[in-house]
Design a protein around this ligand. Structure first.
Ligand SMILES: Nc1ncnc2c1ncn2[C@@H]1O[C@H](COP(=O)(O)OP(=O)(O)O)[C@@H](O)[C@H]1O
Ligand SMILES: Nc1ccn([C@@H]2O[C@H](COP(=O)(O)O)[C@@H](O)[C@H]2O)c(=O)n1
Length: 208
């Protein structure tokens, strides 16, 4: 089997990574492209051994919060044509679920997450690196809406987390990775020309 083409979609929380990835992959499937999506979020370290009050203090925007070594192993396995079992994560309890999903190797693998380009172990595994360059104030507005409706947070907790970790870690780890990307996407998940360019690149390089 041809090696999978692995694409990283990175950028700040709320920058449009998920929407861009979902749109890209839906459209790739419509043209019969065999594509698998992996989320870096699923690889947050488990914290069931900690009290809830301790879990709430964790810095989730630092690279150490992720089990990048497991994600790297999974990407190497997929490159070798092997199946993987990826974990699932709950943002309400800050723990991994008792659930694994088995997936087989695909021709195209799209991985999306905030700190993919900050990991020296992951970087060599990516064939294409995309950075979503969305102004931080827009990201914050989107994050407030999402965290209140989907992740069981309060406005106060979102504001405190943003000031304490989200914003400083963005400046320390995420934004400095922009220059490592092959493609920088402005205007979030709805940037039609950027989607077309990446689809064309995938068609040309993954020998589908
Ligand atoms: N260009 C855009 N215009 C309007 N809304 C957008 C755009 N890009 C993303 N969004 C919306 O912003 C929110 C956050 O986007 P999402 O893709 O979940 O971000 P991320 O995965 O980077 O955290 C979602 O509700 C998404 O639908
Ligand atoms: N238990 C957790 C784990 C992560 N976060 C926040 O999620 C953000 C990354 O996810 P996106 O889908 O927004 O890219 C990251 O900024 C973490 O702060 C959390 O709040 N709680």
């Amino acid at each position: 089997m041809t090696l999978p083409h692995i694409i990283a979609i990175s950028g700040a929380s709320g920058s449009g990574k998920s929407l861009f990835t979902e749109t890209l992959c839906d459209e790739l499937r419509q043209i019969d492209t065999d594509v698998l999506v992996l989320c870096e979020d699923h690889y947050y370290r488990d914290q069931t051994h900690l009290e809830m009050s301790e879990r709430e203090k964790t810095n989730y925007d630092h690279p150490n919060a992720f089990e990048h070594e497991l994600l790297a192993q999974h990407l190497r396995d997929l490159k070798a044509g092997k199946s993987i079992q990826y974990p699932h994560y709950c943002f309400k309890t800050h723990t991994r679920l008792q659930k694994l999903t088995e997936v087989t190797a695909h021709r195209v693998v799209v991985v999306e997450g905030i700190l993919l380009l900050a990991s020296p172990e992951l970087m060599p595994l990516f064939d294409l690196k995309v950075y979503m360059d969305t102004p931080l104030d827009i990201c914050l507005l989107r994050r407030i809406q999402r965290d209140l409706t989907e992740r069981g947070r309060t406005l106060d907790s979102v504001a405190k987390q943003y000031e304490k970790t989200v914003k400083p870690m963005y400046h320390q780890f995420i934004q400095p990775c922009r220059h490592k990307a092959n493609i920088v996407v402005t205007q979030g998940g709805k940037n039609r020309p950027a989607l077309e360019v990446i689809k064309a690149h995938i068609r040309n390089t993954s020998k589908l």
